[in-house]
Design a protein around this ligand. Sequence first.
Ligand code: HEC
Ligand code: HEC
Ligand code: HEC
Length: 118
Amino acid sequence: MESGIRGNLVGISMAAAAIVVFSTVTAVAGKGPNNIDIFGGSYGKVPFPHAQHQKKAKDCTVCHSVFPQKTDAIKKMKEAGKIKAKKVMNLQCIKCHKAEKKAGNPYGPLTCTTCHKK
Ligand code: HEC
Ligand code: HEC
Ligand code: HEC
């Protein structure tokens, strides 16, 4: 006797949740210039030791989450109305310099003419 029992194969597929971990790798291709003259309007340019800050801050996003890694990025964002003038100056530059001073560490300039040069 032929037992043609066709077993119902219920394929229970356990959905294996593949967790893909993306590591956010910041492009290290171009570190940019060692020194940059940041546009500072009528108060004059702001000579900025970029490489020195990259070493100190380690994390590029300290600054580059606010503006991109491009020439005159801050100036262009101000012109496009995306950030207000003096916002980077106050919330990045001076804020950090003040905090470092308070912590008793070496710190950057805090007065107008030590940053702005005509
Ligand atoms: C303390 C702030 C700060 C940190 C930290 C920082 N940058 Fe910058 N970066 C700047 C400023 C300011 C500019 C010039 C923007 C402007 O002129 O508007 C700039 C510009 C650049 C540019 C474009 C330069 C050009 O003109 O061609 C590149 C590329 C760049 N940064 C890469 C990096 C990388 C990579 C890191 C991390 C390893 C980093 N930066 C960390 C402040 C910073
Ligand atoms: C730590 C450095 C630093 C100090 C100290 C500093 N500035 Fe600035 N300032 C900058 C930078 C960088 C910019 C450009 C980015 C921005 O607008 O936030 C700027 C931008 C400005 C602008 C806007 C320019 C424009 O047309 O977009 C004015 C005005 C200005 N500063 C005045 C001053 C005055 C006044 C003081 C003193 C009370 C001062 N700054 C102190 C770094 C500094
Ligand atoms: C995350 C903190 C941090 C931020 C953000 C930062 N700085 Fe500084 N800066 C420092 C520290 C710390 C020093 C002192 C470094 C030392 O003496 O070793 C310094 C030093 C400086 C110096 C003096 C360099 C020298 O050797 O004479 C200048 C100029 C300067 N910063 C400008 C700026 C400007 C302009 C910005 C904003 C675009 C900025 N910094 C943003 C931490 C910061």
